[in-house]
Design a protein. Structure first.
Length: 320
């Protein structure tokens, strides 16, 4: 296990994503997923205040509410590290001081807790001075409402600017970065973000570790993708070269008698700076494959093969 010094907490090397809670998994199934993850040794749960506003009838915050109910019913608040995000909830959009404070209070209420372990700025917001945003996050930390600050979807330059503002004002620096990173989407991280994480000693907690499902091996042809209800999300990664990577991943997984998802997360887990990939499960039977990734070791030859094939992918498209 890794340790976030700012949290004084051991971090399990796989973070359970919860964007499916209140969307493709109802509360009972979400409970079962969390139970299976925790029983398998997991301690780190990731959510966001806008999950899952995109579902008809939802308002945002459904995932946090389910996690809060689970912590209450299991008396488990002290047993898990909770990370959530602000800046994209429809009622508290943007990163003004007011929006940040109101979003944090709403998250605390839904989670049923008086503190959040890590609060991420969900996405950079140039509409407000970064000084205002940085100060608002530190106000929450000083008040004890959050233990640590994280950044998600920030460029290397903006990370450096946040750090400068924090240092000049005596604020605590962010401890974690949540970037888009997987076997099919590497270049942005490796060229722009890796220098920043090394310079500022950021723990990397990447999302979309399974490339919206493409790295599960379920989609092997263009027709498979076109027939999927997730086609618009999968399109971000599609190329003939990407399907070659998937085919190689399936072969590697078969050699270890594990799922392609397990192998993909095992590859991601050992990338420089990565502390815990984020991966979601909408059904309890998917959880063990995620947990298995924390102990699976790819051979040097398998790593080299996957690295070489994925390095040949076309220039990556913009994030979906």
């Amino acid at each position: 296990m890794q340790n976030f010094t700012a949290l004084d907490a051991d971090i399990y090397p796989l973070c359970l994503g919860s964007n499916t809670f209140g969307w493709t998994s109802e509360e009972a199934e979400s409970y079962a997923v969390i139970d299976a993850y925790v029983e398998g040794g997991g301690t780190f749960i990731d959510t966001a205040d806008n999950y899952s506003w995109w579902v008809e009838g939802n308002k945002g915050g459904e995932s946090e509410t389910i996690i809060g109910h689970w912590m209450r019913d299991r008396s488990a608040r002290e047993n898990v590290v909770i990370a959530t995000k602000c800046g994209r909830h429809p009622e508290f959009a943007g990163l003004s001081r007011s929006s940040i404070h109101r979003a944090a209070e709403a998250s605390l209420g839904r989670l049923g807790t008086d503190y959040i372990d890590i609060l991420y700025s969900h996405r950079d917001d140039p509409a407000y001075p970064l000084e205002e945003t940085v100060a608002a996050f530190d106000e929450l930390r000083v008040a004890g409402k959050i233990k640590a600050v994280g950044l998600s979807n920030y460029s290397g330059d903006r990370i450096a600017e946040w750090m400068r503002i924090a240092d000049e004002n005596g604020f605590a620096r962010p401890v974690a970065l949540q970037p888009h990173l997987n076997l099919l989407f590497r270049r942005e991280f490796e060229t722009d973000l890796r220098p920043a994480i090394e310079r500022f000693d950021l723990a990397v907690v990447p999302y979309f570790g399974l490339a919206s499902g493409l790295l599960t091996g379920k989609y092997r042809t263009r027709d498979d993708i076109d027939a999927s209800p997730r086609a618009s999300m999968l399109e971000v990664y599609f190329s003939p070269e990407a399907l070659e990577v998937v085919s190689a991943l399936v072969e590697v997984a078969d050699a270890h008698s594990v799922s392609p998802a397990t192998a993909a997360l095992a590859w991601l887990r050992v990338q420089p700076g990565v502390v815990a990939p984020v991966a979601s499960a909408s059904r309890v039977d998917q959880v063990q494959g995620l947990l298995d990734s924390t102990t699976m070791e790819l051979t040097p030859e398998e790593m080299s093969r996957l690295d070489a094939l994925s390095s040949e992918l076309p220039i990556e498209k913009d994030e979906a």
